[in-house]
Design a protein around this ligand. Structure first.
Ligand code: G1P
Length: 294
């Protein structure tokens, strides 16, 4: 078994029901944050962490994802002829940053099943999973930290973040024991528990580094929450057989599947762009003043 992680798996097959009506005809992964589709942030994060082999798990109606990571000869010719060299480079970079592969999940049987579909491509290697709803700020360093922890300890690593007790029922929740600063050992995981039944307020956050044994665990998992094959339940089986660690972080994550957090991501990331910052600050200040009746 190779010990260096080279591959990233990005499940992108969901129906996007949390974001209707736009997701009726547009894949949720193509919803922009400022001017970039959210899936591009995720593939950039993988590439930045050195994972240049990216497998997108797609489904019907997601052809625009493949177009986005492909070359666009007509557009490129047009930009070249118009002398827009910066735009041209940015467009070409999208197609060059990673080797993007695709496989379809033919039925919506859950996240565990979606990751299982990657088995043929991943083979007997460790790999990372990045969920597209969780967008990480480029300075967050979570995935890099998880890969470093994987290399140090050799066991699977999942990202964990403390959430408000009332929010835990939207996530997988973990019972853990301390290992070293920022790293814990996972002892139990529960998918979307009621707050009063949650083992802690530490939530699984959509970044995982797995040993290939996760595939055997997925094969053994029974339908769980919502009748779906849950990745969290497979992690629960895996941690009974080999160490699974939790990488605890606190900053830099946006939930692009939640309307309010999606708006926060747009505003915060736009404020970081020098060409947008002054104008957006003016708009926000005006809005706040108006809202307060100043
Ligand atoms: C999935 C996982 C859940 C995890 C969450 C992170 O849930 O099943 O364990 O905490 O992603 O965003 P989903 O948000 O797809 O329902």
């Amino acid at each position: 078994m190779a010990s260096v992680v080279r591959k990233a798996v990005v499940p992108a097959a969901g129906l996007g029901t949390r974001f209707l009506p736009v997701t009726k005809s547009l894949p949720k992964e193509m919803l922009p944050i400022v001017d970039k589709p959210s899936i591009q942030y995720v593939v950039e994060e993988a590439a930045r962490a050195g994972l240049r082999d990216v497998l997108l798990i797609t489904s019907r109606g997601k052809a625009s994802l493949a177009d986005h990571f492909d070359r666009a000869p007509e557009l490129e010719e047009h930009l070249a002829a118009a002398g827009k060299s910066e735009d041209l480079e940015a467009i070409q970079a999208i197609a060059d940053m990673a080797q993007v592969h695709y496989v379809r999940q033919q039925e919506p049987k859950g996240l565990g099943h979606a990751v299982g579909v990657a088995r043929g491509h991943v083979g007997d290697e460790p790999f990372a999973v990045l969920l597209g709803d969780d967008i990480m700020h480029e300075r967050s360093g979570v995935l890099k930290g998880m890969l470093a922890a994987f290399e140090r300890h050799g066991g699977s690593v999942v990202a964990l973040k403390t959430v408000e007790p009332a929010e835990i029922s939207s996530y997988g929740a973990a019972r853990v024991e301390p290992v070293e600063p920022g790293l814990v050992r996972m002892r139990e995981v529960v998918e979307k528990p009621k707050p009063e039944e949650a083992p802690s307020d530490l939530a699984l956050m959509g970044r995982y580094v797995f040993t290939p044994q996760i595939f055997d665990a997925i094969d053994r998992v029974k339908p769980g929450k919502g009748g779906e094959l849950q990745l969290t339940d497979a992690i629960g089986l895996l941690l009974e057989e080999q160490p699974v660690y939790g990488y605890v972080f606190s900053w830099g994550r946006y939930d692009a599947g939640n309307r309010l957090d999606y708006l926060r991501a747009n505003i915060e990331l736009a404020l970081e762009r020098p060409e947008l910052r002054p104008g957006l600050r003016r708009i926000l200040n005006d809005l706040v003043a108006r809202d307060e009746g100043v």
